[in-house]
Design a binder for this molecule. Structure first.
Ligand code: NAP
Length: 271
């Protein structure tokens, strides 16, 4: 566990768009902890110096794009999920002074996707994307006892490297269309949907019992979630995962669970 953090930050570049400060500051207020969660916009070339300074301040916090992979080498100790994903999204200074790196995206995805699908064993999963979010998904899915995982990414070697790195039992496919009628869980881990892009996959091709989990979140929900729900499918966007990964980070920093309702109420309405 963390020693009492001297400072709480989000390291990224850019970071201005992040919902984490509103969410974490609501949790800090609800817990009566006199700290503020601050944005730290740090260009990649300044990351090492920034982390040195944060060590001196016994800081804790989160890490976002583009620093999650680089942070691995700057920590003294890594948790299992950070090692398995090759990415750090949460860090703290331990009582012995060591900087510890963790990846709460793994359990954040796990909790919110389990809430969506209920029974996990035997699922036939299609994962779209091969970046940091997809890595957290694959590591979590290793615990699920799924029947099959197919991974589609526009940069195919990235998908192969991801599977090798996470040790997941999964198949890289070069076209998602043929598997759509068979799968029982579609997971979008690409940023498609963040703006008014086309759908990452056509929900009309999915079975009635296929659940759809979109890691992307935005005000008004994503086009994928809306289209899948219009077909009567069970859906979740990335807000639940965002809250869970943030709540788990809070637990690592302070040793107590945050008030998740307070965190939710600091986020924009879904619709
Ligand atoms: P990332 O590391 O940059 O990876 C993005 C992946 O999507 C890569 O495979 C990339 O392919 C692919 N991609 C990007 N643009 C694409 C396009 N137009 N068409 C097809 N594929 C495309 O990003 P990430 O960290 O995994 O994040 C992905 C999304 O998940 C983001 O929207 C992020 O906000 C979201 N996310 C949400 C949570 C949460 O808590 N809800 C957590 C993590 C991530 P290339 O390699 O070819 O570029």
């Amino acid at each position: 566990m963390s020693g009492a953090p001297g400072r709480l930050v989000l390291l990224g570049h850019p970071v201005g768009h992040s919902l984490s400060p509103a969410m974490q500051n609501a949790a800090l207020r609800a817990a009566g902890i006199p700290l503020r969660y601050e944005l730290m916009d740090i260009a990649p070339r300044r990351l090492e110096d920034a982390v040195l300074q944060l060590r001196r301040e016994r800081a804790a916090g989160n890490v976002t794009i583009p620093h999650k992979e680089a942070m691995v080498a700057l920590c003294d100790r890594l948790t299992g999920p950070a090692i398995a994903t090759g990415a750090v999204n949460t860090f703290w200074t331990a009582v012995d002074g060591a900087l510890v790196g963790d990846n709460t995206d793994v359990d954040g995805f796990d909790a919110s996707a389990r809430a969506l699908v209920g029974r996990t064993a035997g699922r036939d999963v299609l994962l779209l994307g091969a970046g940091g979010g997809a890595a957290a998904v694959l590591v979590a899915l290793k615990r699920w006892g799924v029947a099959r995982i197919s991974v589609y990414a526009r940069t195919e070697p990235r998908a192969r490297a991801l599977i090798a790195r996470t040790g997941a039992v999964a198949t890289v496919i070069d076209d998602p269309t043929p598997v759509l009628p068979d799968i029982t869980l579609l997971i979008n881990a690409t940023p498609i949907g963040l703006r008014d892009d086309p759908l990452p996959a056509d929900p009309a091709a999915l079975r009635r019992d296929c659940a759809v989990f979109d890691l992307v979140y935005r005000a008004g929900e994503t086009a994928l979630v809306r289209a899948a729900r219009a077909r009567g499918l069970s859906t979740a966007d990335g807000l639940g995962m965002l809250v869970e990964q943030g709540a788990l980070a809070f637990e690592r920093w302070f040793g107590v669970a945050p008030d998740r309702d307070a965190m939710w109420s600091a986020l924009p309405e879904r619709r």
